[in-house]
Design a protein around this ligand. Structure first.
Ligand code: G
Ligand code: G
Ligand code: MN
Ligand code: NA
Length: 253
């Protein structure tokens, strides 16, 4: 409870940050976009892991306000990047279940895109398999609505959740994110069967695939050879504050 109170106070005092991790087209190695990732500076120095505080924010309902802010912040940064000449980048935002249960969620996204004049296809929502299973009806309904306005949808951490494959055909998906646990299996002289199967599944379903947690050159090469489209990971760039992202983009091309 103490931690939730701290989180609420720090959020109110604008101490939370949104960082960005670049995403790369594997064939050209051009930056195609970035994932927005929350950062909570800790009183003891360093950062509290989102794996710790995001569940607290979900449990307390705070994630609705925080998520609204992450969305706005991400869209404003995307718009600013457009002004700097980066015309067609995409920003991926992680979404939690309580946000779907908020009736203002779908209109909020549409209004934000409208107000900032952002192309809907340049916003991607990342959801997990377990989120879908939690309440398939509301998730499918909301996503169909958003998808019809052009927003992109990705399944995060694909292959790690407890879920039914049947939702893959009901959801209006664009992209599978191959979890880093499967990319990690890519070692010299070995085969990564699960990563390979996910890429093939994506292709058969007409979806793009993006490899997460790519740390080594041989992993990028292996995933490209499998037909995986995109990647993110420390090999290319770690999550970073917006100011560093601008420097990274300037240097990268
Ligand atoms: O940055 P890091 O890899 O530690 O993030 C871990 C996880 O925290 C992410 O995979 C994601 O699931 C979650 N997370 C990060 N930022 C956000 C956010 O803005 N909203 C939600 N709901 N989850 C986030
Ligand atoms: O949304 P998701 O839970 O997948 O968040 C991605 C998390 O993975 C972020 O917390 C980010 O800091 C982390 N991450 C990103 N790239 C790498 C990587 O190359 N290796 C490892 N170990 N973690 C990564
Ligand atoms: Mn994610
Ligand atoms: Na992930």
């Amino acid at each position: 409870l103490g931690m939730i109170r701290q989180l609420r106070a720090d959020f109110a005092e604008r101490k939370l940050q949104v960082w960005f991790q670049p995403q790369i087209d594997l064939a050209t190695e051009k930056v195609i976009g970035m994932e927005a990732l929350l950062r909570w500076p800790s009183r003891e120095g360093g950062y509290v892991s989102p794996a710790v505080f995001v569940p607290l924010a979900e449990y307390s309902g705070l994630i609705i306000e925080i998520g609204e802010w992450v969305l706005l912040e991400s869209c404003e940064r995307l718009k600013a990047l457009e002004g700097l000449g980066y015309k067609d980048l995409r920003v991926a935002v992680n979404i939690s279940m309580p946000q779907f249960r908020d009736p203002r969620f779908v209109p909020l996204i549409k209004d934000t895109l409208n107000k900032l004049e952002i192309k809907p296809k340049n916003l991607e929502l990342e959801i997990t398999e377990s989120l879908v299973m939690d309440d398939p009806q509301i998730v499918v309904e909301s996503l169909k609505d958003l998808k019809s306005s052009g927003v992109q949808i990705a399944i995060d951490d694909f292959g790690t959740g407890f879920s039914s494959m049947s939702y893959l055909q009901q959801l209006p998906l664009d992209r599978l994110k191959v979890d880093r646990a499967f990319v990690k299996e890519v070692e010299p002289g070995k085969q990564a069967f699960i990563a390979e199967t996910i890429v093939t599944l994506g292709q058969k379903l007409g979806l793009k695939t993006i490899a997460e947690g790519v740390e080594k050159r041989e992993q990028a090469k292996y995933m490209l050879d499998l037909g995986c489209d995109e990647a993110q990971g420390y090999l290319f760039a770690k999550p970073m504050p917006y100011d560093e992202l601008i420097e990274f983009l300037a240097k990268h091309d």
